[in-house]
Write a protein that binds this ligand. Structure first.
Ligand code: ANZ
Length: 874
């Protein structure tokens, strides 16, 4: 091998000098840009594509450890795949609309755009400092009209196809943010951003019909099995929440202007004969009218008022106190003709099923509690096979399977069979139909805020044309820059003196623009389509862009499981149905990696609350008052816990390569990562060792080739390490074990280097391969050392090393010998020995001979090259 001429190397590792230098060189050489498939010279780039993407950041202005971990994972995959010969698309943009920008405008009197742009600038500098290999040519921010124009076209198309519509709805309203919130944005009855108690208001809103895709969104989760974390798949299944059952119609005893029947949804038609009450939601049209003129009228009125104000999440919670009030009215049981009392109850949700249920106290826990509280009769209609359930003394509902009893002609049937038979019979008689319900609700899109994408619709004021889309030639509908930020119920767009006034596209008469803007989750539902076609202006994505889909590896937080990750799937399926995306594209993200959180101990003083690390003494006392502090172990990094580690100072101290490596080494990517000051020192020392190893190599003269045996041993370890690291990086995506393999190898090489009197081709090959394998994780250091070894070409442009199984094979096998499953010896035997040779040598080993002496060998189980289990008996 031709050993290149060495260059000089600074005697000590100085990441602060090395890192910016290489970042500039990579930029200059344009090594991270993805050229078009069809090059101007007529050639076609036929490398396989690899699209790796991290969930794009909200430009809050701060880069935290979570970001750092997230982006390093993506960068390692991008860099490794580039070296392995893929055409890698690895872009970043900005999720730039959202409330914090608008809140900043309210508080600090800066325009949201200015705030956002400034933050993007700061964050981009930090990301660049980390040495991330993005193709910045594809960067965009979602608050630019050139981005959201595509979203407005998409909305109009959805409206034309009936997938966007308006509906009056009881909505979650945050009084502090003065905006409507989607169900997903209410957490424990509070606003997800400001934690204010959420109120309920009835307002006309824009919705997106995601429920049209409920079935497919659920079914296609099976395509993601093994490629997405089970946890995320299960959360989506629950969220979509498919229930099979039936709708039954119960006639009212006294039909009135409100109708003659009440419909209920049940998943347990088998319990029909056990129904002893009905319950309807407080918002149900019948709630007030049924009680009219009955002594219950006031009680029902008060109850309805009270619960209409309660937010959806609380109403839905398991621990909600089950309350209800009798309406004074009765229904007639369709099978038994009995009178069934109708209640209004808080645990019945208007949005689910028919907004009403049939109560079966004997077989449903909730109904049981309710019946006891309201002295409602209990009727047992299912008997378990091996015991018996009687009304007295029934302590709890029997919810298990069994045989139907007291169920007319269905008595004696197994309950699951009975269920189908009852529905079929009732359907024939005209008072039931099978029904499938989903928990998934249509997506409430409108927000009464300024800093979002304008909804491109206008309302005709005089001509009676209702809502009309803004004509294509007038798109994008851009946000006005001059607005007045006053907190209040209406959006600043509503208060703008001129912006909303326009003309009706149908009659040219006066019209008003929609002043609501879109939910911020809209921009993130399709942004991954934009990077591959970043410069295409005619539409969202062109053929070239499509060729990069789907995203091969998506990386982000599991907290997006039921929001962004469902919306993006919905949009992909919808755009495929429209022909914008190919029919073969079923899912947007082939593989999903949800990275674990970064945790760190926090310290709390009984008097001074949470303390910064520098406020705590070595023996864990508060520096202020001397009291012992309580350690809250492994808690989420958060400003309020004062346990945040800032990435920038960390990179200043140790360099970006150490910070990157620590994030990768501390834990597998999908598990929580614990912050540890000792470990960061540890990875820093490892990089210094690599540096010294190369420095030592450069000091030595070239010498004669080593002995064949030495060369063989060196080459073997190199090929074994290539094999391990390649598998860990490309297949397992477990970078911590890849780094461990490189650390082990470095230790061996360091030890050998001490005795070395000169460098030889296999030695240089080892050192260079070490740098190539470490390069995706610590790219700056490796590039510097690569250059020091005399290379003119950039390390990032070299090919990923490929191992050779033969060269990696051991000369000898270490085989564990067990007798009846217990380890008795370990033998070394030339590799590739026959099974018979292994038997012979094993039986001759003293400890094995002793344990088999005088016993009959029944069987020998052999795992080639690894293990022999001798099964003996008397
Ligand atoms: C009678 C019955 C008997 C029920 C029994 C359950 C057990 P999932 O599985 O979540 O879909 N239900 C129907 N509509 C409701 C509404 N709008 N709000 C609250 N609860 C409602 O739940 C379906 C069950 O929840 C239905 O089946 C109904 O109670 C209740 F032994 O009907 B069941």
């Amino acid at each position: 091998m031709n050993v290149p001429a060495p260059k000089t190397l600074n005697p000590t590792y100085q990441p602060r000098d090395i890192e910016p230098k290489w970042q500039a060189k990579w930029q200059e050489a344009g090594v991270f840009a993805v050229p078009p498939t069809h090059l101007p010279d007529g050639t076609v780039d036929s490398r396989p594509k690899y699209y790796v993407l991290e969930m794009f950041p909200y430009p809050s202005g701060r880069l935290h450890m979570g970001h750092m971990r997230n982006y390093t994972l993506g960068d390692v995959l991008a860099r490794a795949h580039r070296m392995a010969g893929y055409r890698v698309l690895y872009p970043l943009g900005w999720d730039a609309f959202g409330l914090p920008a608008e809140n900043a405008a309210l508080q600090a009197q800066v325009h949201p755009r200015e705030w956002t742009v400034k933050n993007i600038d700061t964050m981009k500098k930090s990301l660049t400092r980390m040495g991330l290999s993005y193709d910045w040519n594809r960067e965009f921010k979602t608050c630019d009209p050139s981005y959201y124009v595509h979203e407005q076209r998409l909305f109009i198309e959805m409206w034309k196809r009936g997938l966007a519509y308006r509906k009056a709805a009881v909505v979650n309203f945050c009084p502090t943010c003065a905006t409507v919130l989607a169900n997903e944005q209410v957490e424990d009855g509070r606003c997800w951003r400001c934690q204010s108690l959420v109120e309920q208001k009835e307002l006309e809103q824009w919705f997106l019909r995601i429920t049209a895709y409920a079935e497919e969104l659920l079914a296609d989760l099976s395509l993601l099995e093994g490629k997405w974390p089970d946890k995320v798949l299960n959360m989506q299944r629950q969220w979509i929440g498919r229930s099979e059952g039936a709708v039954f119609r119960f006639s009212l005893e006294q039909p009135g202007p409100h109708g003659s029947a009440v419909e209920i949804f049940t998943t347990r038609p088998d319990t029909l004969f056990g129904v002893t009450f009905l319950a309807i939601a407080p918002e149900h049209a019948l709630a007030l009218s049924l009680s009219q003129g009955t002594p219950q009228e006031t009680a029902v009125g008060d109850f309805v008022k009270q619960y209409q104000r309660q937010d959806r999440a609380t109403r839905n919670a398991e621990e909600l106190a089950k309350e209800g009030v009798f309406t004074g009215a009765y229904a007639i049981h369709p099978a038994t003709q009995e009178r069934i009392p109708i209640y209004v109850a808080n645990f019945v949700l208007m949005e689910y099923g028919a907004g009403a249920l049939m109560g079966v106290p004997a077989h449903d826990t909730r109904d049981f509690t309710f019946a006891r509280a309201h002295q409602i009769p209990i009727r047992v209609v299912i008997q378990p096979t091996n015991s018996s359930v009687e009304v007295f003394p029934l302590r709890e509902a029997y919810t298990g399977p069994g045989t139907l009893q007291a169920s007319g002609v269905f008595t004696g049937q197994a309950n699951d069979e009975g269920s189908a038979a009852i529905v079929a019979w009732a359907e024939k008689n005209g008072w039931a139909k099978p029904s499938v319900q989903y928990k998934l609700r249509d997506w409430l899109l409108s927000r009464q805020r300024y800093w979002g994408c304008p909804i491109p619709m206008v309302r005709c004021l005089q001509g009676g044309h209702g809502y009309q889309p803004v004509p294509e030639g007038q798109l994008p509908v851009s946000l006005p820059e001059e607005v007045d930020f006053q907190p209040g119920g209406s959006s600043p767009l509503q208060r703008h003196p001129t912006w909303k006034h326009t003309t009706c596209p149908v009659c040219q008469g006066p019209a008003e623009r929609e002043t609501d803007t879109m939910d911020g989750f809209m921009e993130s539902s399709w942004y991954f389509l934009r990077y591959p076609s970043a410069t295409y202006t005619e539409g969202m994505i062109d053929a070239e862009g499509v060729s990069f889909l789907p995203v091969d590896q998506y990386i982000g937080g599991a907290e997006h499981a039921t929001k962004h990750l469902i919306y993006a799937r919905f949009f992909t399926k919808m755009l495929r149905d429209w022909g914008v995306l190919p029919s073969s594209l079923k899912e947007p993200f082939s593989s999903l990696l949800t990275q674990g959180m970064v945790l760190k101990d926090a310290h709390r003083c009984p008097t001074h609350g949470y303390l910064y690390p520098e406020q705590v003494t070595h023996d864990k006392h508060c520096k202020e008052c001397g009291q012992p502090v309580q350690t809250v172990e492994r808690t989420k990094m958060s400003k309020s816990f004062r346990n945040v580690v800032e990435p920038l100072p960390l990179m200043e101290k140790y360099g970006a390569d150490t910070a990157r490596l620590f994030g990768l080494f501390a834990a597998p990517p999908d598990t929580v990562m614990e912050w540890n000051d000792v470990a960061i020192e540890g990875v820093h020392r490892f990089l210094q060792r690599v540096y010294r190893l190369v420095a030592r190599t450069l000091e030595l003269p070239k010498t004669e080739p080593p002995s064949a045996a030495e060369e063989r041993a060196m080459t073997r370890l190199m090929h074994q390490t290539i094999r391990r690291v390649t598998h860990d990086v490309f297949v397992r995506k477990q970078f911590n074990t890849a780094i461990a393999a490189l650390m082990e190898w470095t230790n061996v090489l360091t030890e050998q280097s001490q005795a070395l009197t000169g460098t030889t081709p296999p030695w240089i090959a080892s050192i260079e391969t070490l740098l190539q394998l470490l390069n995706p994780m610590a790219p700056h250091l490796c590039e510097e050392l690569w250059q020091a070894l005399g290379h003119e070409t950039l390390l990032v442009q070299t090919a990923w090393p490929v191992h050779n199984d033969q060269l990696a094979a051991e000369d000898t096998w270490q085989i564990v010998i067990q007798v009846n499953g217990k380890k008795r010896a370990e033998i070394a035997i030339p590799a590739q020995s026959s099974e018979k040779d292994v038997h012979t040598q094993a039986l001759q080993t003293a400890n094995v001979a002793e344990h088999t002496k005088g016993r009959i060998i029944k069987k020998m189980i052999y795992v080639p090259g690894r293990l022999l289990n001798i099964v003996v008996g008397e």
